[in-house]
Design a protein around this ligand. Sequence first.
Ligand code: NDP
Length: 251
Amino acid sequence: MDVRDKTIVVTGAGRGIGRALAVQLAREGAQLALFDTHAEDLQQTRGACGPATVRSYRCDVAQEASVTATFEQVVADFGRLDGLVNNAGIVRDALLIKVKDGRVTERMSLAQWQAVIDVNLTGVFLCGREAAAHMAALGHGGVIVNISSISRAGNIGQSNYTAAKAGVAALTVVWAKELARHRIRVGAVAPGFIRTPMVESMKPEALAKMMAPIPLGRLGEPQEIAHAVSFIFANELFTGRCLEVDAGLRM
Ligand code: NDP
């Protein structure tokens, strides 16, 4: 897809990878509908997008009513919908159980599990469903890109996040098969560790430990993920696959 003058939704666009995605797609000439829960963060992303046509929407991707109403508003505002990047995500890391001196001292709580499933998996489902419904009704085809993670292979301390990100990769395959008849392509990107507020909030010792096994020896930059998303939009043969952009790291 040539993204010039196309309308693309980016979720979680307030900072981090989402902001880099918005800047990249704006530079390529897309019109953007940016979703996030924080209006001030969205303002900053809008500012970074330069003269492109950009509208921001406060939308919690985990809330069905919020997602449905916001997609309707986007189509009413722009008159079209051509793309979606399902990027919003959170972490609530914890071991499944913690044991000290033979006694179980901690468990991952249901709240930690549910919060991540709600945003990272249900949010992707809701936004993907609404985007697909509008694209199919409008009849011009489209592209959906889901942001998974290297953690989908199974990362210690991330039962919730791993389950969600593996689910996102699986949804990508299902949707590619189901939506091809509507000329909608669906791809995914699985980033490794990327320099964003999510990663920079880690303790320095934890960050150093995490970086030690990375073959390229560095964090990725948000723009490098935006570049991969841009490739999926551009390449008309790409669907049902997940691009790994992870500096060679294997979980
Ligand atoms: P950040 O935490 O920096 O940014 C995430 C954005 O998503 C924030 O603006 C956040 O807003 C928003 N968001 C969170 N919950 C919701 C919600 N319910 N509805 C709408 N927006 C929401 O994360 P990253 O940029 O690092 O991550 C972006 C994506 O990339 C995520 O899916 C993440 O899992 C994935 N990823 C990141 C990696 C990394 O190393 N950084 C590695 C692999 C994958 P708020 O202020 O409300 O929290």
